[in-house]
Design a protein around this ligand. Structure first.
Ligand code: GLP
Length: 236
């Protein structure tokens, strides 16, 4: 894992945005997986301001809250629509995203697994880290062999997840790409910022080994993983 420490959130986002543009510039049709959540928003702002060229890219969703879709403010899809897909006029046909409101969620998983079987692996994934060390909705205890599935969410995730919504939500389950699909990705980028993430960053970095109770630590086995962190999150 290569570690890159930035002075502050602004610098961090600029560096991640530049890194991504550079990584994919030689690819004719990159398959990208960009996380929702708050942390990457500054990266997407950079993409929008610089009118980053994603015209040949395909996008695959990382995760979604079960029961929500792009019409729900605070859902993963809503966040990506507002911050990236709509401002950059990315066509719907280029986006494969989970519908957390679908009646048949296993079909959603199968379709995504199938797409990755046919068009995968993903070229680049940008991941945030949950307070409990989750990536996507791969919660503590997730298997390294896991593929796309519906999961029960940890207490921590249910509580912390309320920050995305104006009114209290029931956030019992999520739908997510699996750790295997993350680990199969050619380039993995982790972005972490702020005081609240200090303790998970410390846990990730202190042992440099895979601990199933900290899903993000599975990335120690990835040959091309880049951790971008700001000084505040890195300081312990
Ligand atoms: C959320 C999402 C993840 C996200 C992570 C960190 O619950 N499932 O995809 O990357 O937790 O979110 P944030 O960047 O808001 O801290």
């Amino acid at each position: 894992m290569q570690i890159n420490v930035s002075k502050n959130y602004e610098e961090l986002c600029k560096e991640v945005a530049n890194f991504i543009v550079d990584e994919i510039k030689e690819l004719s049709s990159p398959l990208l997986c960009l996380a929702g959540g708050d942390t990457p928003l500054g990266v997407y702002k950079n993409f929008v301001e610089s009118r980053a060229d994603f015209k040949n890219a395909m996008f695959i969703g990382l995760d979604e809250w079960v029961g929500l879709d792009g019409a729900d403010s605070g859902s993963c899809r809503f966040t990506l629509d507002q911050s990236l897909y709509l401002p950059l006029a990315i066509e719907e046909s280029k986006i494969q995203f989970f519908d957390g409101k679908a009646t048949d969620l296993s079909r959603q998983c199968n379709e995504t697994n199938q797409l990755l079987e046919t068009n995968g692996p993903i070229d680049l994934v940008l991941l945030g880290i949950g307070m409990n060390g989750h990536v996507g909705f791969n919660e503590p205890g997730s298997s390294l062999d896991s593929i796309c599935r519906v999961v029960s969410l940890d207490e921590t995730t249910q509580t912390v997840g309320q920050k995305y919504f104006e009114t209290q939500q029931e956030l019992k389950q999520g739908i997510t790409l699996g750790l295997k699909q993350v680990l199969d990705t050619r380039t993995v980028i982790l972005i972490v910022s702020g005081e609240k993430k200090r303790s998970i960053v410390k846990k990730l970095l202190e042992d440099e080994k895979i601990d199933p109770s900290i899903p993000v630590s599975s990335l120690w086995q990835h040959p091309n993983c880049h951790l971008f962190v700001d000084e505040v999150a890195y300081s312990e």
